[in-house]
Write a protein that binds this ligand. Structure first.
Ligand code: SAM
Length: 273
């Protein structure tokens, strides 16, 4: 087990990198062609590839990642947002939130939050920058994020903050009340703030694909929950969806033809007035 001492974050969240079970962060990294994963993650992804098709799973991951990039670009360049809270950020990869935000304004401030301690282990070295921080915490307990001293030392909630929940709410069960979680973040946000959400969507999936996603994540450290379009749309309650609304991510403000096109996800950006 690797250990990482940590100044901030949620003390209830494990600081050990779990090696015995697949984690969503490492499985996603493998699907994107990254290098920060273990045999147990590759085995879980092999089950996904067998059930759903390798191309489709990798395309879904890439389509999502490109949505994240375009959403941050839009928020930074077109909406003038200078503060980002990237919840369920995953392992650093190409075109991370802070890099995109800083292309628009080098002084942009970004806090990454993830439940998986490997994100902080790999991220600290990569993100050595005064205006970028990583907090290890569980979004099911929003107060441990919103009251975190590391976060509050950097982000000012009296000014607009874009909160990103990209490909993370499908790891939050109904029991943990996703609407309550978004609501806790929304309550802290100033007018002119935004939320960006993408989510695996059960609508339009074949039964074998649905079963495949569940089987792939069955032994993982976080549970998987596929939701319908109305259920995903409810996560935007209190926000006004910006054009083009909640859509397949490749359709969301496409800037090039590089995004794979699957029909496994929905994504959108909402504004708080
Ligand atoms: C599929 S990855 C998405 C990464 C990134 N947001 C993106 O879209 O490129 C999902 C991430 O959410 C994290 N996650 C899952 N449940 C979480 C929780 N309860 N609190 C914080 N992070 C969580 C996982 O560890 C993983 O890194």
């Amino acid at each position: 087990m690797e250990r990482e001492p940590r100044p901030g974050g949620d003390p209830a969240v494990r600081t050990e990198v779990p090696l015995g079970k697949p984690t969503a962060a490492r499985m996603y990294d493998e699907a994107l062609g990254g290098k920060d994963h273990y045999a147990v993650d590759r085995a879980a992804n092999s089950r996904l590839y067998e059930a759903i098709g390798e191309r489709r799973v990798r395309d879904t991951a890439m389509e999502n990642r490109r949505f994240l990039g375009r959403a941050v670009e839009y928020l930074a360049r077109e909406c003038g947002v200078r503060q980002f809270l990237d919840v369920g950020s995953g392992l650093p990869t190409v075109r991370n939130t802070h890099q995109i935000a800083k292309e628009a304004d080098p002084h942009a401030r970004v806090v990454y939050v993830d439940i998986d301690p490997i994100v902080a282990v790999h991220g600290r070295a990569l993100l050595a920058d005064d205006n970028t921080r990583i907090v290890t915490a569980d979004m099911r307990r929003p107060e441990t994020i919103l009251d975190d001293p590391e976060l509050n030392g950097l982000l000012d909630f009296d000014e607009p903050v874009a909160v990103l929940f990209v490909a993370v709410f499908h790891f939050i069960t109904e029991e943990d009340d996703p609407a309550r979680i978004v609501g806790e973040f929304r309550k802290r946000q100033a007018p002119g703030s935004y939320v960006a959400i993408s989510h695996l969507c059960a609508d339009g999936m074949s039964e074998p694909e649905r079963q495949g996603w569940y089987a792939g994540f069955s032994g993982a450290t976080v549970p998987l929950v596929l939701r319908t379009e109305p259920e995903i749309e409810r996560l935007f309650d209190g926000y006004e969806l910006v054009e083009p609304g909640l859509v397949r991510p490749w359709r969301w403000r496409p800037s090039d033809d590089l995004s794979p096109r699957t029909d496994s996800l929905l994504g959108g950006v909402g504004r708080l007035d």
